[in-house]
Design a protein around this ligand. Structure first.
Ligand SMILES: Cc1cc2nc3c(=O)[nH]c(=O)nc-3n(C[C@H](O)[C@H](O)[C@H](O)COP(=O)(O)OP(=O)(O)OC[C@H]3O[C@@H](n4cnc5c(N)ncnc54)[C@H](O)[C@@H]3O)c2cc1C
Length: 421
């Protein structure tokens, strides 16, 4: 029997949807796998809104990578930040030390782009990590608390105004969640202010929100948001963000809560590769998901871009990363055993975005769903995805309870979160 160190060493960077599925595909195979992540948990990002708006707690949507991969004896999980990749030398530079590989899977995901205005980031946080969700939760609640004490009418108005920049699925979901907090969850909790009068503005630079969704879903989403009390403004390009305002050209909107949901930028790791990237920094991978010129190195999920059979880039969605993770594991094994690799084919099971409680839009094959039916589909799909997560049914129950009672909402937001033992 060969010693484990004689086996080829596969390194996976990132334990998100892509990396974790790649790891599962290599579990129990004749390879030695190291999965590196700068966090010790896999994060179920589609439910981050529910943490930001206090319907779920952080531990409900995060799962320790070590526990998830405990049974896979050939996989080692290491907490490490990869700083750059030397493709020619097959070597990763880590925060401490370096690591060599025989095959590499890059799955470090993406973040938000501030279009060259990185100074806006602290003023307008985006939602990507648990820390972001808790920071957004804190800012939203604090704004109401400060407004309750504020005597100056203009300042109080600014405290009660929230602006969400970006009308894609993330912005739509955030704006809907903010409207629900003010209109329902905390509607009767204050004395001086009336939270139901809070102003929530969704700004989109392009001509319509949810531009990636087919008609009539963008218009339906707009109607639903308007009905919920969100001011939806399209063709509104943000030109400046200050601590208490957002500017659209010469127009100022005074707001003390500004959230960023515009633009995507692939992990900065891609810049160290020295290979062609698209405008958002994605690696333009070959059909078998390998990095051109480096057949032993692959990039998947939100870090990579690949066109579908119609020549359109695959979307930055969890199912793409999951399917690519499985496909890349098979291609790594083929490559290491000298067999030809196979091109990746995406099986599109549908796209959906939730707008709020019992409202969503969904595209499933030829079906275009809106309203409660779309929302129930969304709920079902997301809970099914949580397989492998602690207390899946408890999460469902807590969430349903919060929705039925409007109780576990912002009133509990300020409590400092402590990890559960
Ligand atoms: C708020 C929000 C809501 C979303 N909602 C949906 C939805 O409803 N449906 C849907 O399909 N998709 C949704 N998405 C998109 C989906 O989450 C992504 O497409 C998916 O997570 C991509 O998977 P990935 O494996 O490429 O990257 P990720 O899941 O982001 O994983 C990347 C991993 O790499 C690690 N990492 C990053 N850099 C380094 C480094 N230098 N060194 C070590 N580790 C590193 C990170 O810690 C992370 O664990 C949403 C995303 C967000 C942010």
């Amino acid at each position: 029997m060969s010693h484990p160190h004689d086996l080829p060493h596969v390194v996976i960077v990132g334990g998100g949807f892509g990396g974790l599925n790649a790891a599962w595909g290599l579990a129990g195979r004749r390879v030695r796998v190291t999965l590196l992540d700068r966090r010790n948990h896999h994060l179920f990002q589609p439910l981050l809104y529910q943490v930001a708006t206090a319907a779920l707690n952080p531990a409900d949507i995060a799962s320790p990578l070590r526990a998830v991969l405990r049974r896979a004896a050939n996989i080692t999980v290491l907490l490490a930040e990869v700083q750059s990749v030397d493709l020619a030398d097959r070597r990763l530079i880590l925060d401490e030390g370096e690591m060599r590989y025989d095959a590499l899977v890059l799955a470090a995901g993406a973040g938000h782009s501030y279009f060259g205005h990185d100074d806006w980031e602290p003023l307008a946080p985006s939602l990507k990590t648990l820390e972001d969700a808790l920071e957004i939760r804190r800012r939203v609640l604090l704004a109401y608390e400060m407004a309750e004490r504020e005597r100056d009418a203009a300042e109080q108005r600014a405290l009660l105004t929230s602006v969400v920049v970006g009308g894609g699925p993330t912005g739509v979901e955030l704006a809907g969640a903010l409207a629900e907090i003010s209109r329902q969850t905390i509607a009767r909790d204050f004395r001086s202010i009336d939270p139901t009068q809070a102003r929530i503005v969704l700004l989109e630079g392009g001509p319509r929100i949810l531009a990636a969704f087919p008609d009539p879903l963008p218009e339906r989403a707009r109607e639903t948001l308007t009905h919920m009390g969100v001011e939806v403004r399209t063709g509104a390009m943000v030109t400046r963000v200050t601590p208490d305002a957002v500017w659209i050209g010469g127009e100022q909107i005074r707001a003390r809560t500004v959230l960023w949901a515009a633009g995507v930028a692939a992990s900065p790791l891609t810049r160290s590769l020295g290979v062609p990237l698209d405008r958002a920094g994605h690696v333009q991978v070959a059909p078998d998901l390998s990095i051109p010129g480096h057949p032993e190195a692959f990039a998947i999920g939100d870090m990579a871009t690949l066109d579908d059979e119609h020549g359109r880039p695959l979307p930055g969605l969890a199912p793409v990363a999951i399917q690519q993770g499985r496909a890349v594991a098979a291609n790594v094994l083929r490559r290491l055993s000298g067999e030809p690799t196979q091109p990746f084919r995406y099986w599109d099971k549908g796209t959906m975005a939730t707008i709020g409680r019992a409202a969503a839009v969904a595209v499933i094959g030829p079906l275009r769903l809106t309203g409660v039916l779309a929302w129930l589909t969304w709920l079902f799909v997301h809970i099914m995805f949580l397989i492998g997560f602690r207390n899946r049914f408890l999460v469902l129950f807590q969430w349903a309870w919060a929705y039925v009672t409007w109780q576990r909402g912002a009133r509990l937001i300020t409590r400092p979160w402590r990890p559960k033992p």
